[in-house]
Design a binder for this molecule. Structure first.
Ligand SMILES: [Zn+2]
Length: 539
């Protein structure tokens, strides 16, 4: 971006050519570190106070970082240094390669992809479907599908949710072609293959893990859905065979409403969620107070409405942004974000900067493991102070509700991931038909008669967050597998100091020095599989 950075890059190149692999890694790391830190700060500032100045700074720092990662000379240095390196040094150079590789695309092509993504994203933001002749946003559509007993209105809302597909489909196909072109310039079959490889996933293993997730969920999903269908048919006064996608509570049937009336709201109303979260992590011997002191936790005008955890400098400056309201959703979220936080605080201080980081799938696994506590019977009793008999009675119903949620979610991820593999495998194929074939197979939904249209393009992730959905499912599987290890070795999570120690030693401290799948294997005694996840689904 700036002139000084370009000079720096040229200088690094000249030096690296005559230096050892260690010097290459050190040199590039020294350049990356300040760019990452200043980008993280800009991101934080923009999130706590949206302003043009903060947005300008974020874009500027984003560009500075991506310019460095696109530098072909540095990439060549990394490639040649890798050949001569082993052990931890090789690991650092592999990670540098993964960071630089996707950016080694002609800048004209990169520019076209970024522009088209932004344009599609904008159309998603501006598009409104129509119900009863009036424009509606996504929340209103969801509300109709959750609450309305009027099937005509439901059908209209569902169809409204798909109209954006026709608006963006041609450009999403064009994006797939451009992304494939980019992937081929760096030696990959297509964008799917590149995305998976650049995130340290082996495509063959990914496919077999997805097949396993299909196997462990197929029967319980079919039986859960059969009982759901019976209830829906009774509610709408039709035969089960007459149920169509608009009878379900979500436009994509990707999540399910809380059933059985388990409303944990009363347990959290008027509670201090920060205190409950602190108490939870204290029980594991994991300190969260310094993170909380730096955090921005309550709603305010001009602030991001979401929640996230950010590691500013990989040296202890970890912060959480949230918008806490005393309910179950925010309790789960607070425990989730602090799960990320204690992970980032726990990297071995002796590690080089590049390795003081974590793989997305593992940190999501830890965060999900902690977030799940907000609906765990033992936690409700020990931490939230719910009466023991009441908590035990709730526990069974909560497990069933969570299993239903995970089943519906897993089947949906199978649709998305298999669809995206088809999309990048052949962007010219009959994608409209392919989409419904997958929806029918994995979600057991009956397509509306004679429906033709790009319903797949109505899912924003296909356009702007490509080849990402499987990481959500992996996070759930990691959480289940770690949870099983903690039960086996420490008796559980809640108030088990040994559980905190195990996580700190086996998962947090190594950072990225060990590849994520190996790290998990070392920590749990087996490669990641859907086995523990399957057992959690059985309740
Ligand atoms: Zn998360």
């Amino acid at each position: 971006m700036s002139i000084s950075l370009d000079v720096c890059a040229v200088e690094a190149r000249t030096l690296a050519r005559v230096q050892e692999p260690a010097a290459v890694a050190d040199r590039i790391e020294e350049q990356l570190e300040p760019l990452f830190t200043s980008l993280s700060l800009a991101w934080w500032d923009l999130s706590v106070e949206a302003s043009e100045e903060h947005e300008r700074r974020r874009v500027e720092r984003d560009l500075a970082l991506s310019d460095l990662l696109a530098d072909p000379g540095l990439f060549a240095d990394i490639e040649s240094a890798r050949q001569a390196a082993d052990g931890q040094l090789r690991r650092r150079l592999d990670l540098l390669r993964d960071a630089f590789l996707p950016q080694q695309v002609p800048s004209e092509l990169r520019g076209r992809i970024i522009e088209l993504e932004a344009s599609v994203d904008m159309r998603f933001s501006n598009h409104r479907g129509q119900v009863g002749g009036k424009p509606v946003d996504d929340n209103e559509i969801k509300h109709v599908l959750r609450a309305s007993d009027d099937v005509v209105e439901r059908r209209e809302a569902w169809e409204a949710s798909k109209t954006v597909g026709a608006v963006v489909a041609d450009d999403v196909r064009a994006l797939a072609r451009l992304r494939n072109e980019a992937a081929r310039t760096v030696g990959y079959r297509d964008w799917f293959a590149l995305s998976v490889a650049a995130n340290e996933m082996d495509e063959a293993r990914l496919l077999s893990t997805l097949e396993e997730a299909d196997r462990v969920t197929a029967a319980p999903f079919a039986s859960w859905k059969a009982s759901l269908d019976a209830r829906l048919a009774a509610r709408f006064g039709c035969a089960v065979d007459d149920l169509r996608p608009w009878h379900y509570a979500d436009p994509f049937f990707q999540d399910v409403p809380v059933e059985g009336g388990i409303d944990l709201g009363p347990y959290f109303a008027d509670r201090d969620l920060v205190e409950l979260a602190t108490r939870t992590f204290d029980g594991l011997g994991l300190e969260t107070r310094p993170i909380l002191e730096r955090s921005d936790l309550f709603p305010r005008d001009g602030k991001s409405q979401h929640a996230f955890c950010i590691d500013i400098d990989r040296a202890g400056d970890v912060r959480v942004l949230a918008n806490l309201v005393s309910d179950q959703h925010w309790m789960d979220t607070m425990l989730h974000e602090l799960g990320h936080g204690v992970f980032n605080e726990g990297f071995g201080p002796e590690l080089p900067w590049l390795l003081r980081d974590c793989h997305l799938v593992v940190t999501e696994g830890i965060a999900i493991l902690m977030g799940r506590l907000a609906s765990d019977g033992e936690w409700l009793e020990r931490v939230a102070g719910v009466d023991a008999a009441e908590a035990a009675a709730l526990d069974q119903a909560l497990r069933a509700a969570r299993a239903a949620e995970l089943l519906a979610f897993t089947r949906w991820v199978l649709v998305m991931t298999n669809f995206e593999r088809s999309l990048y495998g052949d962007p010219e194929a009959d994608l409209d038909a392919r989409w419904w074939e997958l929806v029918q197979r994995y979600q057991l939904l009956t397509p509306p008669e004679g429906r033709r249209g790009p319903d797949w393009a109505a899912k924003i992730h296909v356009a702007v967050a490509p080849v990402y959905y499987h990481t959500y499912l992996y996070g759930q599987m990691v959480a289940s597998q770690l949870g099983a290890t903690l039960r086996r070795e420490c008796g559980g999570v809640v108030d088990r100091k040994a559980a905190g120690t195990l996580l700190a030693e086996r998962i947090f401290a190594p950072g990225l020095s060990v590849r994520w799948d190996r790290l998990l294997e070392q920590a749990t005694g087996e490669l990641l599989s859907a086995a523990a996840f399957g057992r959690d689904l059985a309740g």
